[in-house]
Design a protein around this ligand. Structure first.
Ligand code: FES
Length: 115
């Protein structure tokens, strides 16, 4: 069974934007909110050249990387064709408007991703 860490309330994430979650051992996680208040979490690194996806603009269930405008799917972290590559996606739980992330993923997933 997963252990969850409470991050914030959904309404503390800017709509069509993101909030960054620091991790002691590795790169931040970006937690996104769509227009429909769906919440997604990706490593805050674009699969292209590591751009900060948390600073991109969310549209539909994708985010446009602020560096070179690749479109990254929020559900799977993968670039839309013709671009290629994926950044790790994190599990998200939303309950009563509160967003939580999986503790073991926060502690282990993509800790050594390039800055
Ligand atoms: S770093 Fe994201 S598109 Fe280039």
């Amino acid at each position: 069974m997963s252990e969850w860490k409470v991050i914030c309330r959904v309404d503390e994430i800017p709509r069509l934007g993101a909030r960054r979650v620091a991790r002691s051992g590795g790169p931040e996680v970006a937690v996104f909110r769509s227009a429909e208040d769906k919440v997604f979490a990706l490593l805050d690194r674009c699969p292209h050249k590591g751009g900060p996806l948390s600073q991109g603009i969310v549209f539909g269930e994708s985010v446009a990387c602020p560096l070179h405008n690749w479109t990254i799917g929020l559900a799977d972290g993968c670039a839309k064709a013709p671009d290629e590559g994926c950044t790790p996606a994190f599990k998200v739980k939303v309950e009563d408007g509160v967003v939580s992330l999986d503790v073991s993923e926060l502690e282990t997933l993509a800790l050594h991703a390039a800055a």
